[in-house]
Design a protein around this ligand. Structure first.
Ligand code: NIG
Ligand code: FE
Length: 416
């Protein structure tokens, strides 16, 4: 028997499969077991069905080589952080102090600070410094059972520096256990070289995107559609170019004002529309019709001391899938915990603990266009986390507490 026809059996688990095909809340299977073959889940089910599964496996020439007894521990799919800006230089602690003295996030951005101060620090950082900073932040996420992370560019804002940031993200995917999806976000802020020439900047960014795509650096395209970002017309031009390249789209939409960004992005079949505090009913309907995910970011809501809630009830009623992410970035969400987002998704946005967990598993996978993860289901990537918890609601209930005990990345257990 060679490595490809051996199975690892994980048994005695409480499985929160998050499989929407199972009727129980959380797709819960008490007394559950998993068979892992290589980087895939070969079988997921109840212990009582295990003998049949093993007999079927034997008929396929597969045999169990190793067994892990979980003694009732909770197992969930590996968590997915579907919106981060992990690669950047410097920090914005001084800006945080100014905001606490009453200066607004928008005011700081208009004065040339905010995102642009991180751009200066990012351009000044070496590739190694960018990698080390991002690897430490990714490490904190992995420690909580995160097995897939999306990473945006957007702090380079020049051809060389945008490509450098995307290359650092790709390197994280190669050198760390977790899977990385990259998103090009050149339309994040207007860099000083293009002051007063935002349409020229959009033209330049479209050119960079074509180069980044040719170099295999980009999995998706995003933009910041906002009064302090880019106009809907500019976003359209970028999206037309991205669509011509066959790249999936997402949008920072309706964070600080209603620009109609969500409806625009949905019109392009966007994977997700993100933030959404100012989302209109029209935007919700467009997202529902397009199947776009509402990716809510409670960390930014909290840290900017926002008071306007995203329209969670209306999204729920419309059947728009809701996801949650850290939005890790130095300005509006310097947050190193996806578990904290589960708690905040419930306390601030009134999600249920089950919705919150769906938001960082099945719905987060959908926000990244990944059909092979987010649930414990045969055929999916063998990404899962083992928790010191009796019930999945506990993951959203506690905060400032990390019950993750073990994490398996594409079939391989790694200490995080
Ligand atoms: O997702 N909204 C735009 N981008 C980030 C913030 C970036 C920053 O302030 O550095 C966000 O919140
Ligand atoms: Fe963001």
């Amino acid at each position: 028997m060679n490595a490809s026809n051996t199975l690892t059996l994980w048994r005695g688990a409480t499985l929160a499969t998050m499989d929407e095909a199972l009727a129980a809340p959380y797709g819960l299977l008490a007394d559950g077991a998993l068979l892992v073959q290589g980087d895939r889940l070969h079988w997921v089910g109840s212990e009582r069905d295990l003998p049949t599964a093993l007999a079927d496996a034997r008929r396929q020439g597969l045999g169990v080589q190793a067994e892990q007894a979980l003694r009732g521990a909770l197992v969930t799919p590996g968590l997915i952080d579907a919106h981060t800006h992990l690669v950047y230089g410097g920090d914005r602690a001084a800006e945080f102090e100014r905001r606490l003295q009453g200066v607004s996030y928008e005011q700081i951005a208009r004065e040339g600070g905010g995102i642009r101060s991180t751009v200066a620090a990012t351009r000044a950082a070496s590739d190694e410094q960018l990698f080390a900073g991002a690897a430490a932040r990714a490490g904190a996420l992995m420690h909580e059972g995160v097995t897939t992370v999306e990473i945006k560019s957007g702090y380079g804002l020049a051809a060389e520096h945008e490509a450098r940031c995307l290359a650092v993200a790709r390197r994280l995917g190669r050198e760390l256990p977790l899977a990385v999806r990259t998103t090009s976000l050149a339309l994040h802020a207007l860099p000083p070289e293009y002051a007063g020439r935002s349409d020229d900047y959009v033209d330049a960014a479209i050119g960079w995107l074509q180069q980044q795509h040719a170099a295999g650096l980009v999995d998706a395209v995003d933009a910041f559609c906002e009064t302090i970002g880019f106009t809907p017309a500019q976003v359209r031009r970028l999206f037309d170019a991205a669509r011509a390249l066959g790249l999936p789209l997402k949008l920072h939409a309706e964070q600080l004002s209603d620009q109609g960004g969500a409806a625009l992005a949905a019109g392009y079949g966007a994977l997700s529309c993100d933030h959404l505090e100012h989302l209109s009913l029209h935007g919700i309907e467009a997202m529902r019709d397009a199947g776009s995910v509402a990716l809510l970011l409670p960390g930014a809501f909290y840290f900017l001391r926002d008071t306007r809630l995203p329209p969670v009830d209306a999204l729920r009623e419309a059947g728009v899938p809701i996801a949650l992410a850290t939005d890790h970035n130095p300005g509006s969400s310097p947050c190193g915990s996806l578990l904290l987002m589960l708690n905040m998704g419930c306390t601030l946005f009134r999600l249920t603990p089950e919705e919150a967990l769906r938001g960082v598993t099945v719905h987060a996978a959908r926000a990244l266009g990944l059909a092979d993860r987010g649930a414990l289901r045969a055929g999916h990537r063998a990404d899962f986390a083992v928790w010191d918890a009796a019930h999945p609601a506990e993951l959203a209930y506690r905060f400032g507490h990390n019950p993750c005990r073990r994490a398996v990345f594409a079939g391989v257990e790694r200490s995080t």
